[in-house]
Design a binder for this molecule. Structure first.
Ligand SMILES: C[S@@+](CC[C@H](N)C(=O)[O-])C[C@H]1O[C@@H](n2cnc3c(N)ncnc32)[C@H](O)[C@@H]1O
Length: 217
């Protein structure tokens, strides 16, 4: 995939302090001391630094991002606050530069909508989580399918709306990636973004959790 539009937009935004989140993933994350945590699309590193404090010196937090400007700001912030137990990796969400089963917790905020192959991203989340490991993800979905002219426009995708899929498609992708039971922790009313109508939501689940079955079989 060509990440030049994403890199350009987010390297510029790395120098601003405007809010880039679309939900409260970090507030639902419940990091425990000693845990290994990952933030996908870590931006300026704020959530990584917060989790590093909660995970303590026995824990470790990885921030993953594709924008060189964001990575530079995040690394400077870690240095400024003297945070040692973190690492910011230049890596694509669709091919995360981490080993299998390393993470107790994966969070992400307003990032997965940018990915072309969302199934690949969710399969990567499943791969890097330990058995029983948890994800908490804030993201957006579109209330109706985004027309191809916008979906295939890298600038519109980088603007954080044209890559959104419908709620049905989002949930189906999670299920296909192996996450059986998914909880919706918060969900906004529809609002306009770019040329689309979207909603923000925060979803959570565990690796290994089975779909609830009400049948007698
Ligand atoms: C809207 S910002 C959110 C940043 C941060 N999570 C926050 O809440 O402030 C999206 C971030 O995802 C990163 N990103 C977008 N697509 C990505 C990809 N395919 N792989 C890795 N990072 C990506 C961008 O560079 C940017 O830093």
């Amino acid at each position: 995939m060509d990440y030049s539009s994403i890199n350009l937009r987010y390297s510029e935004l790395a120098k601003s302090d405007c809010c880039l989140s679309c939900g409260g993933a970090i507030h639902y994350a419940e990091v425990h001391p000693g845990e290994v945590c990952v933030d996908l699309g870590s931006g300026r590193g704020t959530d990584v630094l917060r989790m590093a404090e909660q995970a303590g010196s026995e824990g470790y937090v990885y921030g993953i991002d594709i924008s060189s400007g964001m990575l530079e700001t995040a690394r400077k912030n870690a240095e400024k606050f003297g945070v040692q137990n973190v690492q910011f990796l230049h890596s694509d969400l669709e091919k995360i530069e981490l080993g299998e089963g390393v993470a107790d917790l994966v969070i992400s905020n307003c990032t997965i909508n940018h990915a072309t192959n969302k199934l690949a991203v969710w399969q990567e989340i499943h791969r890097i989580l330990k058995p029983g490991g948890k994800f908490v993800v804030s993201d957006i979905f579109a209330t109706s399918e985004i027309p191809a002219q916008y979906k295939n426009d890298p600038v519109a995708v980088a603007e954080c709306w044209a890559g959104a899929v419908t709620r049905e498609e989002y949930m189906a992708t999670l299920s296909r990636a192996g996450f059986g039971e998914v909880v919706v922790l918060e969900e906004s009313k529809p609002y306009s973004k770019g040329q689309a109508e979207v909603c923000s939501f925060t979803v959570a689940g565990k690796k290994g959790a089975q779909k609830k079955c009400s049948c007698n079989a």
